[in-house]
Design a protein around this ligand. Structure first.
Ligand SMILES: [Zn+2]
Length: 346
């Protein structure tokens, strides 16, 4: 399967944090042909193993399977569905979205209702409508009707956005954070070939709510090196200053020097930079980002795991739809494979 097809499948799948099943099934299927073993651990991380030579180091490459989304919180007597946010979502982008409620029985489509401008008061027009004032309208008239459709408190709700290719290498879709990482992980294991080190490819759960799956997976595997493949904020759009977001889409993978949870181990950063320079791949160095990745938790495992991050510059992350460059993804795959070939114990 072509890389773009893999990304499309993963992007269209739903995996709100804690409910990653659809993505997990896909990842198992996609990873299986190219590794020695794929297993699902107790919490639901997918662990693919490609065994290297005895006594050689191991590297864990993590990409998180979950996405930000919503969860059914309350059903009103008139049949409206109120929700909680799962992960960091900006309230401003929720209004008027088409969503899918994933019940035990079948998916139900709904929209997040809004008050039309005709009846808005002047002060209301200037105000951000907060998530707890919003509701999902599925066209039902009563609580009973909603419940008959199988909707229960706790059901995950995802945005209804389909993957689309724009010009050349530019694609838009849902949950590129971090399905692009998942797709890259699949592709790395497909192309890596014979290498000395053992490669653990891990699709992690619940990253968006506290890097949880990576914490337990890394404890179990205790690799010599950890790499998270994730997305980062791409600037270069109107209203965003370079000092706020200097990383740009299409200018190569971003290598984290430091973020809120990790200062990249200098030897891991060297490994990644050397790989990019050897192959002549453009790359961007990034520091000072307010967020963090699975690598933060991997690095603090047991006695410590030198760790780093390869990020795909992505516009509009944590919104229903985001944008990235397939060229950046391709360069991240090549860079990762070159780094894997040169892994040593530190
Ligand atoms: Zn992420």
């Amino acid at each position: 399967m072509k890389f773009i097809k893999i990304l499309e499948k993963l992007s269209n799948a739903c995996g709100v944090a804690g409910r990653e099943e659809e993505v997990r099934v896909l990842m198992k299927e996609l990873l299986k042909p190219n590794v020695d073993e794929v297993r699902v651990d107790k919490l639901g991380n997918v662990v693919a193993v490609r065994r290297g030579k005895k006594d050689r180091p191991s590297i864990m490459i993590a990409a998180h399977m979950d996405e930000v989304g919503l969860m059914v919180k309350n059903i009103t007597k008139d049949g409206f569905v109120q929700f909680a946010k799962i992960g960091g979502i900006d309230d401003r982008i929720l209004v008027a979205q088409k969503v899918i409620l994933h019940t035990e029985r079948r998916p139900v489509t709904g929209i997040i209702g809004t008050k039309p401008p005709h009846i808005l008061k002047e002060e209301e027009k200037k105000k951000i409508i907060e998530a707890d004032e919003l509701f999902i309208d599925i066209g039902a008239n009563s609580k009973n009707e909603v419940e008959k459709m199988g909707i229960r408190v706790g059901d995950p709700v995802s945005f209804d956005i389909k993957f689309t290719r724009l010009k050349n290498d530019i694609v838009v879709g849902k949950a590129f954070d971090d399905r692009i990482g998942c797709a890259i992980l699949v592709e790395i294991l497909k192309r890596v070939g014979e290498v000395d080190c053992t490669v653990y490819g891990v699709g992690t759960i619940q990253e968006e709510v506290g890097l949880r799956g990576a914490t337990t997976a890394a404890f179990g595997l205790y690799p010599d090196i950890g790499i998270a493949v994730d997305v980062t904020v791409a600037g270069g759009v109107p209203g965003v200053k370079d000092i706020e977001a200097p990383i740009k889409m299409g200018k190569g993978p971003s290598l984290t020097v430091a973020d809120r949870g990790l200062i990249t181990h200098p030897k891991v950063l060297r490994l990644l930079v050397d790989a990019a320079e050897k192959l002549g791949i453009p790359y961007q160095l990034e520091t000072g980002l307010g967020g963090t990745t699975d690598a933060a938790k991997i690095s603090l495992t047991r006695e410590g795991v030198p760790s780093g991050v390869i990020s795909i510059p992505t516009r509009y992350i944590h919104s229903p739809v985001s944008m990235l460059s397939l060229d950046d993804a391709e360069n991240s795959i090549k860079l990762s494979i070159e780094a894997i070939k040169n892994v040593r114990s530190f």
